[in-house]
Write a protein that binds this ligand. Structure first.
Ligand code: NAD
Length: 309
Protein backbone atom coordinates (compact mmCIF):
# COMPACT_ATOMS: atom_id res chain seq x y z
CA UNK A 1 0.00 0.00 0.00
CA UNK A 2 0.98 3.64 -0.39
CA UNK A 3 0.65 5.82 2.72
CA UNK A 4 0.87 9.50 3.53
CA UNK A 5 1.73 10.20 7.17
CA UNK A 6 1.25 13.76 8.40
CA UNK A 7 3.51 14.55 11.35
CA UNK A 8 5.80 11.74 10.14
CA UNK A 9 8.91 13.06 11.89
CA UNK A 10 7.25 13.14 15.32
CA UNK A 11 7.52 10.81 18.30
CA UNK A 12 4.61 8.64 17.14
CA UNK A 13 4.89 9.33 13.40
CA UNK A 14 8.51 8.21 12.91
CA UNK A 15 8.22 4.67 14.36
CA UNK A 16 4.96 4.22 12.44
CA UNK A 17 6.62 5.30 9.16
CA UNK A 18 9.61 3.04 9.82
CA UNK A 19 7.35 0.06 10.63
CA UNK A 20 5.31 0.52 7.44
CA UNK A 21 8.46 0.70 5.30
CA UNK A 22 9.70 -2.47 6.99
CA UNK A 23 6.43 -4.10 5.94
CA UNK A 24 7.29 -3.20 2.30
CA UNK A 25 4.82 -0.35 2.01
CA UNK A 26 5.58 2.93 0.32
CA UNK A 27 5.55 5.89 2.72
CA UNK A 28 5.50 9.62 2.11
CA UNK A 29 5.74 11.88 5.16
CA UNK A 30 4.62 15.48 5.55
CA UNK A 31 5.99 17.47 8.46
CA UNK A 32 6.79 21.13 9.08
CA UNK A 33 9.58 20.01 11.45
CA UNK A 34 8.36 22.43 14.13
CA UNK A 35 9.05 19.68 16.66
CA UNK A 36 9.76 16.58 14.57
CA UNK A 37 13.21 15.19 13.86
CA UNK A 38 13.86 13.78 10.36
CA UNK A 39 16.87 11.83 11.67
CA UNK A 40 14.42 9.42 13.33
CA UNK A 41 13.23 8.23 9.91
CA UNK A 42 14.82 5.46 7.84
CA UNK A 43 15.99 6.50 4.34
CA UNK A 44 13.13 4.77 2.53
CA UNK A 45 10.60 7.21 4.00
CA UNK A 46 10.17 10.10 1.58
CA UNK A 47 9.83 13.13 3.86
CA UNK A 48 8.50 16.41 2.49
CA UNK A 49 8.71 19.54 4.58
CA UNK A 50 5.43 21.45 4.58
CA UNK A 51 2.45 22.71 6.51
CA UNK A 52 -0.71 20.72 7.07
CA UNK A 53 -2.75 23.71 5.88
CA UNK A 54 -0.99 23.78 2.47
CA UNK A 55 -3.75 22.33 0.28
CA UNK A 56 -1.89 22.39 -3.08
CA UNK A 57 0.98 20.47 -1.45
CA UNK A 58 -1.50 17.96 -0.06
CA UNK A 59 -3.09 17.52 -3.49
CA UNK A 60 0.24 16.48 -4.98
CA UNK A 61 1.32 14.31 -2.04
CA UNK A 62 -2.01 12.46 -1.99
CA UNK A 63 -1.76 11.21 -5.61
CA UNK A 64 -1.86 7.41 -5.58
CA UNK A 65 -2.18 7.21 -1.78
CA UNK A 66 -4.39 4.42 -0.39
CA UNK A 67 -4.50 5.54 3.22
CA UNK A 68 -3.54 8.61 5.24
CA UNK A 69 -2.36 8.60 8.84
CA UNK A 70 -3.07 12.01 10.29
CA UNK A 71 -0.76 12.86 13.21
CA UNK A 72 0.43 16.41 12.46
CA UNK A 73 -0.60 18.53 15.43
CA UNK A 74 0.51 20.79 18.22
CA UNK A 75 0.50 18.53 21.28
CA UNK A 76 1.38 20.39 24.48
CA UNK A 77 -1.61 20.88 26.75
CA UNK A 78 -0.35 23.91 28.79
CA UNK A 79 0.79 25.59 25.56
CA UNK A 80 -2.73 25.20 24.17
CA UNK A 81 -4.05 27.12 27.19
CA UNK A 82 -1.82 30.06 26.21
CA UNK A 83 -2.28 29.83 22.42
CA UNK A 84 -5.70 28.30 21.69
CA UNK A 85 -5.94 30.04 18.30
CA UNK A 86 -2.74 28.36 17.12
CA UNK A 87 -4.06 24.98 18.30
CA UNK A 88 -7.31 25.58 16.50
CA UNK A 89 -5.51 26.56 13.27
CA UNK A 90 -3.20 23.53 13.17
CA UNK A 91 -5.22 20.78 14.85
CA UNK A 92 -8.72 21.65 13.66
CA UNK A 93 -8.05 23.77 10.54
CA UNK A 94 -5.28 21.42 9.40
CA UNK A 95 -7.62 18.44 9.73
CA UNK A 96 -10.33 20.14 7.66
CA UNK A 97 -7.76 21.11 4.99
CA UNK A 98 -6.56 17.51 4.84
CA UNK A 99 -10.10 16.11 4.57
CA UNK A 100 -10.94 18.56 1.78
CA UNK A 101 -7.78 17.57 -0.11
CA UNK A 102 -8.56 13.85 0.43
CA UNK A 103 -12.05 14.42 -0.91
CA UNK A 104 -10.65 16.22 -3.99
CA UNK A 105 -8.10 13.52 -4.76
CA UNK A 106 -10.24 10.54 -3.73
CA UNK A 107 -8.40 8.68 -0.96
CA UNK A 108 -9.99 5.56 0.53
CA UNK A 109 -9.17 5.68 4.26
CA UNK A 110 -7.85 8.00 6.96
CA UNK A 111 -6.61 6.92 10.38
CA UNK A 112 -6.71 9.84 12.76
CA UNK A 113 -4.56 9.79 15.88
CA UNK A 114 -6.77 11.33 18.53
CA UNK A 115 -6.11 11.45 22.25
CA UNK A 116 -7.36 10.01 25.53
CA UNK A 117 -7.27 13.56 26.93
CA UNK A 118 -10.63 14.26 25.30
CA UNK A 119 -12.27 12.19 28.11
CA UNK A 120 -11.12 14.55 30.89
CA UNK A 121 -12.58 13.66 34.29
CA UNK A 122 -14.98 10.71 34.17
CA UNK A 123 -17.02 9.22 37.02
CA UNK A 124 -15.89 5.66 36.38
CA UNK A 125 -12.85 3.89 34.96
CA UNK A 126 -11.96 2.38 32.58
CA UNK A 127 -13.21 4.88 30.03
CA UNK A 128 -15.13 3.50 27.08
CA UNK A 129 -15.43 5.07 23.65
CA UNK A 130 -19.17 5.60 24.37
CA UNK A 131 -18.39 7.83 27.39
CA UNK A 132 -19.31 11.44 26.90
CA UNK A 133 -16.10 13.42 26.29
CA UNK A 134 -15.26 16.06 28.86
CA UNK A 135 -12.32 18.02 27.41
CA UNK A 136 -10.49 20.33 29.84
CA UNK A 137 -8.07 22.16 27.56
CA UNK A 138 -8.04 23.78 24.10
CA UNK A 139 -5.78 20.90 23.01
CA UNK A 140 -8.40 18.31 24.02
CA UNK A 141 -11.18 20.35 22.38
CA UNK A 142 -9.13 20.59 19.18
CA UNK A 143 -8.67 16.80 19.03
CA UNK A 144 -12.37 16.21 19.65
CA UNK A 145 -13.41 18.78 17.03
CA UNK A 146 -10.99 17.15 14.58
CA UNK A 147 -12.61 13.75 15.25
CA UNK A 148 -16.02 15.21 14.41
CA UNK A 149 -14.74 16.79 11.20
CA UNK A 150 -13.01 13.59 10.14
CA UNK A 151 -16.08 11.44 10.72
CA UNK A 152 -18.56 13.92 9.25
CA UNK A 153 -16.62 14.84 6.10
CA UNK A 154 -15.65 11.17 5.70
CA UNK A 155 -19.30 10.06 5.83
CA UNK A 156 -20.36 12.78 3.39
CA UNK A 157 -17.76 11.87 0.77
CA UNK A 158 -17.36 8.13 1.24
CA UNK A 159 -13.92 8.23 2.89
CA UNK A 160 -13.43 5.46 5.46
CA UNK A 161 -12.40 6.91 8.83
CA UNK A 162 -10.90 5.46 11.99
CA UNK A 163 -10.12 7.55 15.09
CA UNK A 164 -7.64 6.05 17.56
CA UNK A 165 -7.80 7.66 20.99
CA UNK A 166 -4.24 7.07 22.13
CA UNK A 167 -3.49 7.42 25.85
CA UNK A 168 -0.09 8.37 27.37
CA UNK A 169 2.41 6.84 24.98
CA UNK A 170 6.09 6.74 25.94
CA UNK A 171 9.29 5.26 24.59
CA UNK A 172 12.66 6.08 23.03
CA UNK A 173 12.88 9.37 21.15
CA UNK A 174 10.06 11.11 23.00
CA UNK A 175 10.66 14.85 23.02
CA UNK A 176 12.08 16.30 26.19
CA UNK A 177 11.62 20.09 26.13
CA UNK A 178 12.89 22.12 29.09
CA UNK A 179 9.33 23.10 30.03
CA UNK A 180 6.19 20.95 29.92
CA UNK A 181 8.16 17.76 29.32
CA UNK A 182 6.10 14.54 29.17
CA UNK A 183 6.20 12.80 32.54
CA UNK A 184 8.12 9.60 31.70
CA UNK A 185 11.15 11.07 29.91
CA UNK A 186 11.13 13.87 32.49
CA UNK A 187 11.34 11.43 35.42
CA UNK A 188 14.01 9.34 33.68
CA UNK A 189 16.17 12.36 32.91
CA UNK A 190 15.84 13.86 36.39
CA UNK A 191 16.57 10.50 38.03
CA UNK A 192 19.58 9.68 35.87
CA UNK A 193 21.01 13.20 36.18
CA UNK A 194 20.49 13.02 39.96
CA UNK A 195 18.28 16.10 39.72
CA UNK A 196 14.90 16.90 41.26
CA UNK A 197 11.58 15.30 40.36
CA UNK A 198 8.63 17.63 40.97
CA UNK A 199 5.32 15.82 41.52
CA UNK A 200 2.27 17.99 40.84
CA UNK A 201 -0.76 17.56 43.13
CA UNK A 202 -0.63 14.68 45.63
CA UNK A 203 0.79 12.21 43.09
CA UNK A 204 -2.22 9.91 43.36
CA UNK A 205 -3.64 10.93 39.96
CA UNK A 206 -3.42 7.99 37.57
CA UNK A 207 -2.68 7.72 33.86
CA UNK A 208 -2.67 4.92 31.32
CA UNK A 209 0.95 4.64 30.08
CA UNK A 210 1.37 2.64 26.88
CA UNK A 211 4.67 1.69 25.27
CA UNK A 212 5.21 3.10 21.76
CA UNK A 213 5.65 -0.32 20.06
CA UNK A 214 2.15 -1.30 21.21
CA UNK A 215 0.75 1.95 19.82
CA UNK A 216 2.51 1.35 16.50
CA UNK A 217 0.96 -2.13 16.26
CA UNK A 218 -2.52 -0.69 16.75
CA UNK A 219 -1.87 2.09 14.22
CA UNK A 220 -0.58 -0.35 11.60
CA UNK A 221 -3.62 -2.62 12.05
CA UNK A 222 -6.04 0.30 11.70
CA UNK A 223 -5.16 0.90 8.04
CA UNK A 224 -5.96 -2.58 6.83
CA UNK A 225 -8.56 -4.38 8.97
CA UNK A 226 -12.07 -4.45 7.47
CA UNK A 227 -15.34 -3.20 9.02
CA UNK A 228 -14.03 -0.38 11.17
CA UNK A 229 -15.35 2.56 9.16
CA UNK A 230 -16.39 5.48 11.43
CA UNK A 231 -15.14 3.72 14.55
CA UNK A 232 -13.49 5.38 17.52
CA UNK A 233 -11.05 3.04 19.28
CA UNK A 234 -9.09 3.47 22.53
CA UNK A 235 -5.41 2.52 22.48
CA UNK A 236 -3.72 2.27 25.85
CA UNK A 237 -2.26 -0.30 28.23
CA UNK A 238 -5.55 -0.94 30.02
CA UNK A 239 -3.73 -0.31 33.33
CA UNK A 240 -3.61 2.81 35.46
CA UNK A 241 -0.55 3.95 37.36
CA UNK A 242 -0.31 6.84 39.80
CA UNK A 243 2.52 9.35 39.48
CA UNK A 244 3.79 8.18 42.88
CA UNK A 245 3.92 4.56 41.61
CA UNK A 246 5.59 5.68 38.40
CA UNK A 247 8.31 7.59 40.24
CA UNK A 248 8.87 4.60 42.55
CA UNK A 249 9.26 2.32 39.51
CA UNK A 250 11.72 4.74 37.85
CA UNK A 251 13.84 4.83 41.02
CA UNK A 252 13.79 1.01 41.30
CA UNK A 253 14.85 0.52 37.68
CA UNK A 254 17.51 3.22 37.54
CA UNK A 255 18.78 2.77 41.10
CA UNK A 256 18.92 6.59 41.25
CA UNK A 257 18.15 8.72 44.29
CA UNK A 258 16.97 12.10 43.01
CA UNK A 259 15.34 14.69 45.24
CA UNK A 260 11.51 14.39 45.18
CA UNK A 261 9.48 17.57 45.67
CA UNK A 262 5.69 17.90 45.66
CA UNK A 263 3.86 20.95 44.35
CA UNK A 264 0.35 20.61 45.79
CA UNK A 265 -0.96 23.86 44.34
CA UNK A 266 -0.43 22.91 40.70
CA UNK A 267 -3.43 21.66 38.68
CA UNK A 268 -2.59 18.02 38.05
CA UNK A 269 -5.33 17.29 35.51
CA UNK A 270 -7.94 14.50 35.65
CA UNK A 271 -7.78 12.32 38.78
CA UNK A 272 -7.69 9.05 36.87
CA UNK A 273 -7.35 7.66 33.37
CA UNK A 274 -7.56 4.07 32.17
CA UNK A 275 -8.54 2.92 28.70
CA UNK A 276 -11.11 0.23 28.13
CA UNK A 277 -9.60 -1.91 25.37
CA UNK A 278 -12.52 -4.19 24.44
CA UNK A 279 -13.09 -2.58 21.02
CA UNK A 280 -9.36 -2.46 20.24
CA UNK A 281 -9.07 -6.14 21.07
CA UNK A 282 -12.09 -7.12 19.00
CA UNK A 283 -11.48 -4.92 15.96
CA UNK A 284 -7.68 -4.55 15.82
CA UNK A 285 -6.72 -7.80 17.57
CA UNK A 286 -4.86 -5.50 19.96
CA UNK A 287 -3.32 -6.75 23.19
CA UNK A 288 -0.56 -4.64 24.73
CA UNK A 289 2.71 -6.59 24.97
CA UNK A 290 4.67 -4.40 27.38
CA UNK A 291 3.95 -3.66 31.03
CA UNK A 292 5.32 -0.46 32.54
CA UNK A 293 8.49 -2.03 33.88
CA UNK A 294 9.35 -3.65 30.54
CA UNK A 295 8.52 -0.45 28.67
CA UNK A 296 10.68 1.70 30.95
CA UNK A 297 13.61 -0.70 30.60
CA UNK A 298 13.28 -0.71 26.80
CA UNK A 299 13.08 3.09 26.77
CA UNK A 300 16.34 3.36 28.72
CA UNK A 301 18.05 0.69 26.59
CA UNK A 302 17.06 2.26 23.28
CA UNK A 303 17.46 5.97 23.99
CA UNK A 304 21.06 7.26 24.19
CA UNK A 305 19.90 10.20 26.34
CA UNK A 306 19.18 7.78 29.18
CA UNK A 307 22.40 5.80 29.07
CA UNK A 308 24.99 6.36 31.78
CA UNK A 309 27.75 8.68 30.58
P1 NAD B 1 5.10 15.25 18.09
O1 NAD B 1 5.11 16.72 18.42
O2 NAD B 1 6.34 14.49 18.23
O3 NAD B 1 4.54 15.04 16.60
C1 NAD B 1 3.74 15.96 15.91
C2 NAD B 1 4.41 16.19 14.56
O4 NAD B 1 3.61 17.10 13.81
C3 NAD B 1 5.80 16.83 14.71
O5 NAD B 1 6.74 16.12 13.95
C4 NAD B 1 5.61 18.25 14.18
O6 NAD B 1 6.79 18.77 13.59
C5 NAD B 1 4.47 18.07 13.21
N1 NAD B 1 3.67 19.28 13.00
C6 NAD B 1 3.25 20.18 13.94
N2 NAD B 1 2.58 21.18 13.36
C7 NAD B 1 2.55 20.92 12.02
C8 NAD B 1 2.02 21.60 10.89
N3 NAD B 1 1.38 22.77 11.02
N4 NAD B 1 2.18 21.04 9.66
C9 NAD B 1 2.87 19.87 9.52
N5 NAD B 1 3.41 19.19 10.54
C10 NAD B 1 3.25 19.71 11.79
O7 NAD B 1 3.95 14.62 18.98
P2 NAD B 1 3.41 13.09 19.03
O8 NAD B 1 3.35 12.73 20.44
O9 NAD B 1 4.14 12.25 18.05
O10 NAD B 1 1.93 13.33 18.51
C11 NAD B 1 1.46 12.77 17.29
C12 NAD B 1 -0.06 12.71 17.32
O11 NAD B 1 -0.47 11.90 18.43
C13 NAD B 1 -0.71 14.09 17.51
O12 NAD B 1 -1.81 14.18 16.62
C14 NAD B 1 -1.18 14.07 18.94
O13 NAD B 1 -2.33 14.88 19.14
C15 NAD B 1 -1.48 12.60 19.14
N6 NAD B 1 -1.41 12.24 20.55
C16 NAD B 1 -0.42 12.75 21.35
C17 NAD B 1 -0.42 12.44 22.71
C18 NAD B 1 0.66 12.99 23.61
O14 NAD B 1 0.59 12.76 24.83
N7 NAD B 1 1.68 13.67 23.09
C19 NAD B 1 -1.38 11.58 23.24
C20 NAD B 1 -2.33 11.04 22.39
C21 NAD B 1 -2.33 11.37 21.05
Amino acid sequence: MRFLITGAAGFRGAPLANALVKGNHSVVGLDDLSTGDPKELVDAVHLVRGDINDRPKLWSLLQGVDCVYHLAARVIVPESVLYPREYNTVNVGGTVTLMEAMRDVGVRRVVFISSGTIYGNQKTQPVRESNRPNPRSPYAVSKLAAEYYIRTIGALWGIETVCLRVFNAYGPGQRLPLTNAPVIPYCLRQALDNGTIVIHGNGEQTRDYVYIDDVVKAMVAASSVPDINRMIINVGSGKETSINELVKKVLEITGAKPEIVTNQSHDSGPSSMRADLAIAKKKLDYTPQYNLEQGLKKTIENDPRFQKK
